[in-house]
Structures are given as structure tokens and as C-alpha cells.
Ligand binder design. Structure first.
Ligand SMILES: [Zn+2]
Length: 195
């Protein structure tokens, strides 16, 4: 695994550090705060975030990814330490950007996102978190407070050898109709927490 770490950046008027990791075709961008040397001795706030160019770059309002990312940055900005591991290669639940847009067409005629992937012969969630967990361990993390609504992500961290001491919820207060439906679908299909 190749890495570049410790580059100062400013987000939300707060000093963060930036890092990037690469292993074969997988790449990650990390935004973090706190002293990595201390990470082994404390419960560090973590967000493992799958990239979503449609909402994060273009502001499309059919998912809550951008909101969740901004909320994670905010939570860490107000804490003494934390890490966001951003995975740009996990578009469309790990099925790629092209397939994601293909499902938009089906979602526009009423299909749930998970069903739309299955209808085009793909898994409803093909994401892998091994690389992110490897990065967290490289930072020396042992025990984390995970910002997520996803039980599968918690399980992935636990199975990867991390202790998840707490889940920090990231549920939108006033989602629009589409996102409300998406959250309900995630609850039904992936057992997502809704608070
Ligand atoms: Zn999204």
C-alpha cells in the first residue's frame, strides 16, 4: 500500500490533515484531525464514505450522500480527533458510475434502488470495506466510533478486527420526498437505522 500523509488543509474554517492511499486499483482520500500517534489510545470518530459524484459534485437531490459527508466533516470539525476515509471507487454501491446512472432510469419509474441493481443483474450492494479498514489500522486505530446508519458497515469493521464502541447516527432531519423514500427502502432492504 502506497501512502501520502499529513498534508494540512482547511475545511469549514477548521484545520484538518489530508492523506491518500493506493493499493492496486483502489484509492482513498482521507481527511483527518488529531494526532495519529494518539489514535491507538482513544476511540476515534470514523466515517467510511463511498463516493457519490452525482450528489457531491452536481448536487443531485436523489440521495443523502452529500449531506452525510458534510455532516461527518462537521462532526469531526467539532471534535478533537476523527477520520473520514473517502472511497471514490465505490460509486453506485460498488457497481460503478455507469451502472448507477442506468438504475436512475429504473428508479424514475418507481423501482427501489436495490431492486434496480438486481434487475440489471448486479448486486444491490457490492461495496467492500477491507481497504478502508486496512487504512484505519495503518493509522493505528483499534477502537472507533463509527458515523453510519448501516449495520453492514459496522459488521465489516468488527469482522476486520476493529472495535466499534459507538455508532454515531447520520439521519437527515427534513429529507425531500425522494430521499425519504430512499431512507425507507434502505431500512427495509439493508436494515438501516433510521435514527
Ligand atoms: Zn449518493
Amino acid at each position: 500500500m502506497k501512502k501520502i500523509i499529513g498534508i494540512p488543509v482547511t475545511l469549514h474554517n477548521t484545520d484538518f490533515l489530508c492523506a491518500s492511499f493506493k493499493k492496486n486499483e483502489e484509492e482513498a482520500l482521507c481527511i483527518y484531525k488529531g494526532i495519529p500517534e494518539g489514535f491507538a489510545n482513544e476511540d476515534v470518530i470514523v466515517r467510511i464514505h463511498s463516493g457519490c459524484v452525482t450528489s457531491e459534485v452536481f448536487g443531485m437531490e436523489n440521495c443523502d450522500c452529500k449531506w452525510q459527508l458534510e455532516r461527518a466533516i462537521e462532526i469531526i470539525a467539532f471534535s478533537s480527533a476523527g477520520i473520514i476515509v473517502y472511497l471514490p471507487g465505490q460509486e453506485g454501491k460498488g457497481n460503478g458510475l455507469f451502472n448507477k446512472i442506468k438504475t436512475f432510469k429504473l428508479q424514475n419509474v418507481g423501482l427501489r434502488s436495490a431492486d434496480a441493481y438486481e434487475m440489471i443483474g448486479l448486486p444491490s450492494d457490492a461495496r467492500k470495506f477491507d481497504f478502508a479498514i486496512k487504512i484505519l489500522k495503518d493509522f493505528g486505530l483499534k477502537c472507533i466510533k463509527l458515523i453510519t446508519n448501516s449495520p453492514a458497515k459496522i459488521m465489516a469493521c468488527v469482522n476486520g478486527g476493529l472495535v466499534v464502541s459507538e455508532r454515531i447516527s447520520v439521519v437527515m432531519d427534513n429529507p425531500n420526498k425522494t430521499i425519504r423514500q430512499l431512507l425507507e427502502n434502505k431500512r427495509q432492504h439493508f436494515n438501516h437505522f433510521i435514527n
